[in-house]
Design a protein around this ligand. Structure first.
Ligand code: KG4
Ligand code: ZN
Length: 492
């Protein structure tokens, strides 16, 4: 018999009351269920048979390192099918994830079937509560160790993961099934609140995340046509990023994990950007080289296998996206600068102004972009002082070409040196059409394939966190509820 476990919802109450009435001499009342169901530290599950018929349920209360089994029942005709065992073991597993190390329960001293069942689950009688039940029957107190409970993972291929991303200025949530199917991806951008400052203001970012996160997660679940009851794990960006922004997402994810008993998976934001490429090509396999270019990072990473990252070199000063943002700010074009400048660049001449290609011949994989930014600012000042009109498209195209040339040259060399057949682009600047096309052409000449995420998955989003989170979940990489956000979390 196939039994499916899911979260106990209000709509299950009637079915539970009916089972309760036929199972126990002292059935729980509706008020008892309602009083216990949605309290913190409670984990309630129902077991349903084919067609969604509720055939059993159980609930535990986790306090500190102890899980107290409050109720466990299976409809009489469905007994001896292992439903009770499935429920009990799932509750034990989820309690263990929520921090419990032992389980306790009370059982009527004349309920031999139940006592035998709990004994077979490794519990033993530790005490008696005289006259606990109506009619003066005693309760036996049973006790079991949870430290050896095996933490089972949902079957690979069908896991539903809810992911949350709040590392910078986008509040994002996504729901993904089986690691490749995006059921929903919601991104609430705060850009308008930061635009007038020409960059992200950390304090504003944190506050806006707090305002948006509940709605964004609810929207992601609604658009996926699902509820928390059908989710198998919560994935969240743990770092790197703005600490106050990361903390909002992590705290919210921890709360969800605690309330539901679901596993919490921590994802490195940069790893998420790299995994976004699996959305473009589900068969993508390392070894590969990733060019990671975002508002905060510019680096070349060798990925010999998933989860192993070797940073070949990174920027010594500004990140590529940051350079786009700063130049756009000087030109008074708004924030973020990347999309605006790349649009203008499409109409300009990339050879109009000869900007420096810093570190082009450094012989390593390091980058430097602050000199280019200064060169652009000096050019603008020079032209203005000479009373000449600035040709913004030419400037944008020449600036962009200076960045793209260096990125492409170093990426091609890294691919050759490490003998990889595949290169991936990752991070917000991966949305740049010139970078995508120039790199694709240069790699194609050498028989190396370029994988790039769809535009929506280049800039910050939670779908990429869900992909990386599903992979980590499968490996059993689960965070404790004491996990902290790490502003400078590294890949390697
Ligand atoms: O990955 P992301 O969304 O956030 C960070 O983790 O930093 O990257 C944002 C950065 C911004 O600096 C933005 O200007 C840049 O990506 N960006 C672009 C383009 N679209 C976004 N840069 C160049 N060309 C683009 N089309
Ligand atoms: Zn990013």
């Amino acid at each position: 018999m196939t039994v499916r476990l899911r979260h106990f919802e209000h709509c299950d109450l009637a079915a539970a009351l009916e089972i309760e009435r036929t199972c126990f001499p002292e059935p729980w009342s509706p008020a008892m269920f309602l009083g216990e169901m949605n309290r913190s530290g409670r984990i309630w599950l129902v077991a349903e048979a084919a067609g969604g018929r509720v055939i059993g349920y159980g609930g535990v209360m986790v306090v500190g390192d102890e899980a107290h089994l409050m109720n466990l029942a299976v409809a009489v005709p469905e007994r001896r099918n292992g439903v009770g065992r499935t429920l009990f073991e799932a509750l034990a597993e989820r309690s263990s994830r929520a921090g419990a190390r032992r389980v306790t329960l009370e059982v009527r001293d004349d309920n031999e079937a139940a006592i035998g069942f709990y004994r077979s689950e490794g519990l033993e009688v530790r005490g008696v509560r005289p006259g606990y039940y109506q009619g003066g029957r005693d309760a036996l107190i049973m006790w079991g160790d949870l430290s050896a409970v095996e933490r089972r993972m949902p079957l690979p291929g069908s896991e539903v993961v809810l992911a949350i991303e709040t590392s910078c200025d986008e509040t994002a949530a996504a729901v993904m099934c089986g690691g490749t199917e995006v059921l929903s991806s919601v991104v609430a951008s705060q850009v308008d609140f930061h635009a007038r400052f020409g960059g992200v203001v950390p304090e504003i970012a944190s506050r806006k995340h707090v305002e948006a996160i509940v709605g964004v997660v609810a929207e992601a679940l609604a658009r996926a046509g699902t509820t928390l009851a059908h989710v198998d794990a919560i994935a969240v960006t743990q770092g790197p990023g703005l600490i106050g922004a990361l903390v909002v997402g992590l705290a919210y994810a921890k709360g969800l994990a605690f309330a539901t008993g679901l596993p919490l998976v921590g994802v490195n934001h940069l790893e998420g950007h790299i995994f976004a490429n699996l959305l473009a090509d589900p068969d993508l396999e390392p070894p590969l080289v990733a060019l990671l270019v975002s508002g905060g990072h510019t680096s070349l990473v060798h990925v010999p296998e998933w989860g192993v990252y070797q940073t070949l070199g990174e920027t010594l000063d500004d990140a590529a996206g940051e350079a786009f943002d700063k130049v756009a700010k000087v030109l008074g074009l708004g924030y973020p600068g990347g999309p605006i400048l790349s649009k203008l660049a499409a109409e300009g001449d990339p050879e109009a102004i000869a900007f420096p290609r810093a570190m082009m011949r450094s012989g390593d994989y390091r980058f430097s972009l602050s000199g280019l930014k200064t060169a652009v600012i000096n050019h603008i000042r020079h032209e203005r002082e000479a009373g000449r009109e600035i040709n913004v498209p030419d400037l944008a195209a020449s600036f962009q070409a200076a960045i793209v040339d260096v990125q492409v040259a170093k990426t091609v060399r890294a691919a050759e040196e490490h003998g990889v057949r595949t290169v991936c682009l990752a991070g917000g600047v991966a949305a740049n059409p010139s970078l995508r096309e120039t790199l694709r052409a240069a790699l194609a000449e050498r028989g190396v394939a370029l994988v790039v995420p769809a535009l929506a998955f280049c800039t910050d989003n939670a779908a990429m966190v869900a992909v990386a989170g599903t992979w980590r979940l499968r490996r059993g990489d689960v965070l404790g509820l004491d996990a902290e956000a790490v502003a400078d979390l590294r890949l390697d």
